[in-house]
Design a protein around this ligand. Structure first.
Ligand code: ZN
Length: 165
């Protein structure tokens, strides 16, 4: 069990597409270390590139801050369907501390993924869980909340972030 250092924007690893995981068992302690890091941060989701591992895996627990743990391990995740309905809300990111961005996303998705045993799973996600999964899956594609902003809004948020460091 270890809390790992979190990669911060603009580290280039946050802009790279991660490689598929061939063998879930070979991830070893990574999954537990990612949960330890996420809960310690504290956050509700963490993707492997945020701890410098360029593989397609994220963990999330969208409800733990309300006292109800629902941990997910999502290996090689894919969105198999998304609602036509979208909503906007503020999103924060452990790799971009101190700022939040208004991001628009589908409100419901069906996510296919492998769990830590390698079993293929499918989950219908709504509410914050749907947002969290889309945010973490973006990280596996080298996409961060800045990339989801309208072009006119991005420079100001990047300036705000740069001013914090
Ligand atoms: Zn993030």
């Amino acid at each position: 069990m270890s809390v790992l250092p979190i990669v911060k924007w603009p580290d280039r690893r946050l802009s790279q597409v991660c490689a598929p995981v061939d063998d879930a068992a070979a991830l070893g302690d990574l999954i537990q270390d990612m949960f330890d890091t996420m809960y310690d941060a504290p956050g509700r989701g963490l993707a492997a590139p945020q701890v410098g591992v360029m593989q397609r895996v994220f963990v999330m627990d969208p409800t733990w801050k309300e006292g109800d743990r629902t941990p997910y391990v999502c290996i090689n995740p894919e969105i198999v369907s998304a609602s036509d309905g979208v909503a906007s809300g503020p999103e924060a990111c452990l790799s971009i501390p101190g700022v939040s961005a208004e991001v628009t996303r589908p409100t419901e998705i069906t996510l296919a993924y492998s769990d830590e045993t390698g079993a293929r799973c499918e989950a219908h996600l709504t509410g914050f869980a749907a947002i969290c999964a889309q945010h973490e899956l973006d990280h596996l594609n080298g996409v961060v909340i800045f990339d989801r902003l309208p072009a006119a809004e991005r420079p100001q948020l990047e300036t705000d972030y740069a001013a914090l460091s």
